[in-house]
Design a protein around this ligand. Structure first.
Ligand SMILES: Nc1ncnc2c1ncn2[C@@H]1O[C@H](COP(=O)(O)OP(=O)(O)OP(=O)(O)O)[C@@H](O)[C@H]1O
Ligand SMILES: [Mg+2]
Length: 149
């Protein structure tokens, strides 16, 4: 399932991220792509809020992953600096674990990701305007259909 959607501003991005946050399940994988400053971390921040986290979610670029513990953990990864999973990072344990994973710059670890996942590419088309390209495979197909209506 593939859908495109225009987001006009941060408020709309927040609403969309909140919608996505209501669909998560154990092992949920959301991959984010898009240029620097596209809004991947901003999206994740609002998704975390929607999942009930009150922590300030910010960029894990320099730590690769931040874990927010809850009924369902949120594992926020930014693998910008990784190319393939190095021995120092046991990311697969999390990717195939029980928590929810949101992965910025997922293409850098594409070989370590499952076939079934949701992918959102955020394209900057204006100051606050974004084109979202949303793709869902397997059990994510229904979710993509639902959130893009
Ligand atoms: N519609 C929008 N959605 C998300 N962010 C927006 C939007 N409009 C403007 N912004 C701004 O764009 C910036 C997005 O930064 P953010 O850190 O989320 O990007 P990123 O994709 O995670 O970048 P990086 O690749 O550096 O991690 C923020 O300053 C945010 O306020
Ligand atoms: Mg970021």
């Amino acid at each position: 399932m593939y859908k495109e959607m225009i987001i006009e501003n941060i408020e709309e991005m927040k609403n969309f991220a909140t919608l996505v946050s209501k669909e998560v399940f154990p092992g949920f994988i959301l991959c984010l792509e898009g240029d620097l400053g596209a809004g991947k971390t901003t999206f994740t921040k609002y998704m975390g809020k929607g999942m009930g986290f009150t922590d300030n979610i910010n960029s894990p670029t320099f730590t690769i992953m931040k874990i927010y513990e809850g009924d369902l953990d949120l594992n926020h990864m930014d693998v910008y600096r990784l190319n393939g999973i190095g021995s120092d990072y046991d990311l697969e344990e999390y990717i195939y674990g029980e928590g929810v994973c949101v992965i910025e710059w997922y293409k850098n670890i594409i070989n370590s990701l499952p076939e079934e996942k949701m992918v959102i590419e955020i394209e900057i088309i204006g100051e606050t305007r974004r084109l979202l390209k949303i793709e869902g495979t397997g059990k994510y197909e229904e979710i993509v259909k639902k959130i893009s209506n």
